[in-house]
Design a protein around this ligand. Sequence first.
Ligand code: HQG
Length: 177
Amino acid sequence: MIRVSKLLSLVLRHKPEDIGIALDSQGWVSVPTLLNALAANGHAILPEELEQVVRENDKQRFTIRDGRIRANQGHSVEVFLSLNAATPPDSLYHGTATRFLTSILQSGLQKMNRHHVHLSADKIMAQKVGTRHGKPVILKVDAVKMSQDGQLFFLSDNGVWLTDSVSPQYLQVLSDE
Ligand code: HQG
């Protein structure tokens, strides 16, 4: 399951060309096209298996709708997800690795290879995201101040808060509690 999920992340967010598919401008590809391409590349899975992976994915990373599938966020390829701007909670969190701190506190959170900076409403999720990169540290983001200053936030279909960048003045390093 995790193997299929990782493969879906790869082809639906980053490298559709690796299995010879193209995503439409909003990131969708038809389910039969995807399944045929996966099979042709040595990863044959049944439609039911795909549906199960999507349904049971721990972070609800994908959506199947009207016979098509797409990733809900996290792309590096150009896609327009038509996200709606939304009002965030007062504080959001970003987990990163301690070795990135100096740079982040100097130049703010940048989207790096993705389309947005990814933020979460809860610290535990931020901790997990940070751990992916090394020794984790959590940054608290003053989302209410950012909104007041006119910066837009978007909420992905799977509950990830997205924004363009976060300047250092909105960041606070949380000490271990
Ligand atoms: C860091 C996963 C130096 C940033 C997660 C992060 C998330 C800077 C890394 C989603 C920086 C980028 C996204 C700066 C940012 N200087 N480093 N100025 N600004 N960084 O993977 O947020 O499992 O692109 O702190 O759960 O870690 O894929 O972003 O450490 O939701 O669904 O640059 O990916 O979801 O790393 O993770 P990433 P992320 P999935």
